[in-house]
Every structure is written in structure tokens, then in C-alpha cells.
Design a protein around this ligand. Sequence first.
Ligand code: CP
Ligand code: NVA
Length: 302
Amino acid sequence: MKRDLISMLDVKNNLEEIIDLGIKLKKKSKSGESIELLRGKTLGMIFEKSSTRTRVSFEVGISKLGGHGLFLSKNDIQLGRGESIEDTALVLSRYLDIIMYRAMSNNSMKELAKYATVPVISGLDDKEHPCQVITDLMTIKEKKEKLKDLNFVYIGDGKNNMSHSYLLGCGISGMNIKIVSPKKYWPDSFFVEEAKKFGINVEITDIVKGSTKNADVIATDTWISMGDESEKETRLKDFSGYTVNQPLMQQAKIDAIFMHCLPAYYGYEVTKEVAHGRHSVIIDEAENRMWAQIAIMVTLLK
Ligand code: CP
Ligand code: NVA
């Protein structure tokens, strides 16, 4: 049976295995050894939204594995002119070995995965961003050499794809999570309840002051995700006071790390001083997209 990765829950039984494989293949490739584990395989990448990291890291990643990547912008394929997701999935499955999809909606994602007969990997939708969160957990493991029992604090839009996938990812890996967000943007209860089932501490609060005390990891994301642009003015008002700044970083543990999936908007969700400061791991995190996705593709095609 084919396996997909469209939610963090799809890797609840093998998350650390994937992370460790990513760390191993990264070391191997950097030492000059070949990692051509998917020789001759073709990855198709359907994009309904813009991307820098997802597009480039998947394309370079599949080529490092000895395979080939195909960029399919929605506007350039018939999907953009009204061909059904069902037919697109059925047809593409006859050419491709694996599909990556960056979708406007989680419903489209689920539909593509339902009809595709090859594995489908989410490159983000409105509910989750699993590749990014697997990457972030890999980066935390590299820096801290463990995940379990760490304290993870996310400040910003609690209702977006990153926040939701962080809740599940922290649950699966045994990290405590605090989401600091205006009440209006608290996460969908489904993700909070699922995270709690793993037995971690889950705290959702709108109080920024003191929220980073004892944190090992502090993360944020844009206040205006792709698709939220029409709410820009309201959101900028709602999130004022939720910027990750130097005083908040200083209240965390001395060796705390700062993460951001990027793209970042300095002066809004984070100051440039923090994002490019001594606690920040954002560029390692961006690089790790490639290594984590290499491990994901190898695992799904095994
Ligand atoms: N973090 C991330 O997914 O970046 P892109 O939108 O550039 O792919
Ligand atoms: N939450 C952001 C993530 C971008 C990688 C968005 O959906 O736009």
C-alpha cells in the first residue's frame, strides 16, 4: 500500500527514524559519499502557491538521490483550467513515482492523496506544513541531541499550518509546547486535543510577558500566511505586541535556539536582531529542508 505524508500524524510511528535518517544521509553526502537511493525515480511537484525553499530543496534533493524532479505550476497545467484533482492524480500517477503538492486547501490535498496511486507529500496547505516541522525537529535534534522533554514556545499566529504541525510534531516527539497567540488565532481544537493525547504539556495562552521563561526553542512564523493577504491590516493590529525580540530571547534558557520556517518579515513577527542573532538557527533550518525531505522520500518509497 502506498504511504502519504499530508499530516504529521502520518509519521507518528516513525518520526524519529526519519529524522535520524535525514541526519545520517546529510553526513554521508557531505563527506562525499553517494546517496543515490532513488536512482531513476521521478518526483512531480505541483505548486498552487509561491515557494523558494520547498521548490529548490525538493528539486535538488531528488537529484542528490539520483532521481529527477519536475516542477508543475498549477497555472501551467490543466488543473489551473478546471481539470479535476481526481483525473490529475490518476494520470500523474502513471508517469511519476512520487508527488509533492503545495495546495491552497487541505481538502484539495486530501483529494489528491485519495486518488493518486503513488505517495503524496504535502509541501504545505492551509492546515499543516509537515515537511517543515519534520525539518525543524531534525534541526532541534542536531542542536540539542534530543527532543523529549524540551520546552518549545511558538509565538504568533496559532491557527496557521506551522502552529498546527508543531502541536502534532511536539506531541509525537515528547516535547512540551506553548502557543502564545491572540485568542482569535488560537489553534483548531483538533490539533490541541491530538497533541495532548501524546501526554505532553500543552499550553495555549495570549500572554506574551514571561512566556519564554525556561524555553529551549522559540519559534515564530509570518502573521500573514499565503491566502490571508486580504486580512493584512486587521492582522497587523491583532498581532501587535507579539514580536519575538531580544528581551523575550533573553528570558529563555541561555542556550535556547530561535527558529523560523521563512520567509520572515522583520519588525513584525521577529526583529532582524533576533533572526540573525546568536540564538538563531534559521539558515541551518532552511538547509535541513533538503535533508529531511530526502529522508522522507526514501522512507515513503521504501
Ligand atoms: N518554509 C517554506 O516552506 O518556504 P517556501 O515557501 O519558500 O517554500
Ligand atoms: N504559514 C506560512 C508558511 C510559509 C512557508 C504560509 O502558509 O504562508
